[in-house]
Design a protein around this ligand. Structure first.
Ligand code: NAG
Ligand code: NAG
Ligand code: NAG
Length: 334
């Protein structure tokens, strides 16, 4: 009864105030999903624990799940899909691996592996000219990076000081593998946010401290979104105290010089992923809910208390999907 009334009141407030909300599309396969890639309004891919990959080719109405043979125990924390048939997935922990499918997930080929002890890949991003980048936790004090020039067909480790500047990490500084979004291409340059004992932003060969929660293994920046190579928003917090409403978001201007400031109204808790829907409209999600901003990240409104790890907008289209624990996948309804 209580649940029915809550459902009715949510439905009414959605209709009356036409507030954005979410529609749950899929749940039941009890795996944790952190990888999400939305090709267009019809084609959506997701990846997660227990070697699982899900794909929909009808805008999220139906999903087909697969477990990648031989990788049943791996956690695929990030995925990038290029079309209905082609995608790459990244496995965390040892060994570091990236797999690729060209037949819609029926078969997978290993396109990268690093068996170095201490490997922990965190996130991938693909930019223009088929450029890919993957970031991993520092080994020693060296941030781990590998890159691709062919949309993930092949990868090469990036050598500090040779084809990448030296970017030493601080003691206890690492990267979260919470949503695959803490590294992004901005034109030809990657932008990176770190977390842990220190939380910083790496941009144009320099680290800058972020005014965000830090100092513990569970704190720091989890995600960065960039609009028009200029406006940027970082979210994070403390995933073990996911309702703290301060020091969980930083607004970043990249040009002409890097400028950082905090929003007027922060998101309502720890957030693991942030995306731009338009220049001024942004969505952020985490285990304690979903917030929307309609003023470029200055003020955030809680639109749902549902837990999600990752949100993504169609690369070519307008659909927005979210995914999280227990195999949950949802769509944003505006
Ligand atoms: C995932 O793997 C864990 C441990 O290997 C197992 O306990 C769990 O039942 C698996 N979940 C699913 C949905 O297969
Ligand atoms: C953000 O919210 C504050 C307080 O409600 C308000 O004064 C301010 O105008 C808002 N900022 C923008 C850019 O709308
Ligand atoms: C984007 O989608 C439209 C409509 O489906 C299609 O015509 C166009 O070719 C797509 N663009 C790209 C770059 O894939």
């Amino acid at each position: 009864m209580k649940i029915a009334l809550t459902a009715i009141s949510i439905l009414l407030s959605t209709i009356l105030l036409s507030q954005p909300g979410i529609k749950l599309l899929e749940s039941g396969k009890r795996v944790s999903i952190r990888g999400l890639s939305v090709v267009n309004d019809q084609i959506v891919w997701a990846s997660g624990s227990n070697g699982s990959v899900a794909r929909s080719v009808d805008g999220g109405t139906s999903w087909s799940w697969t477990v990648v043979p031989g990788y049943e125990k791996r956690d695929f924390r990030d995925i990038e899909a290029f079309d209905e048939n082609t995608a790459v997935i990244m496995g965390v922990a040892e060994p570091g691996i990236i797999l690729q499918t060209k037949d819609g997930g029926k078969t997978w080929r290993k396109v990268y592996e690093d068996t170095t002890r201490g490997m922990f890949l965190d996130a991938m991003d693909f930019g223009s000219a088929q450029k890919g980048i993957v970031i991993g936790d520092p080994i020693g004090d060296k941030v781990y990076l590998a890159s691709s020039e062919d949309n993930g067909d092949s990868w090469k480790k990036m050598e500090h000081g040779k084809n990448f500047p030296e970017i030493p990490a601080r003691e206890g500084e690492a990267f979260f593998a919470s949503s695959g979004t803490n590294v992004q291409w901005v034109g030809k340059h990657p932008i990176i946010v770190s977390g842990g004992k220190s939380s910083r932003i790496f941009w144009k060969k320099q680290w800058t401290d972020l005014p965000i929660m830090q100092g513990k293994e569970s704190t720091g920046a989890n995600s960065i979104a960039v609009y028009d190579n200029r406006y940027s928003v970082v979210v994070g917090g403390d995933f073990t105290k996911d309702t703290i409403r301060s020091q969980n978001c930083v607004l970043v201007t990249l040009k002409p010089t890097l400028r950082l400031r905090q929003p007027v109204t922060s998101p309502h808790g720890y957030r693991s992923c942030v995306i731009f829907l338009t220049k001024n409209k942004l969505l952020t999600c985490g285990t304690s809910g979903i917030d929307l901003s309609e003023d470029g990240g200055n003020n955030w409104t809680l639109i749902s208390r549902e837990s999600f790890h990752v949100c993504q907008k169609a690369k070519n289209g307008t659909a927005v999907f979210l995914a999280g624990g227990n195999g949950r996948i949802a769509k944003l309804i505006e």
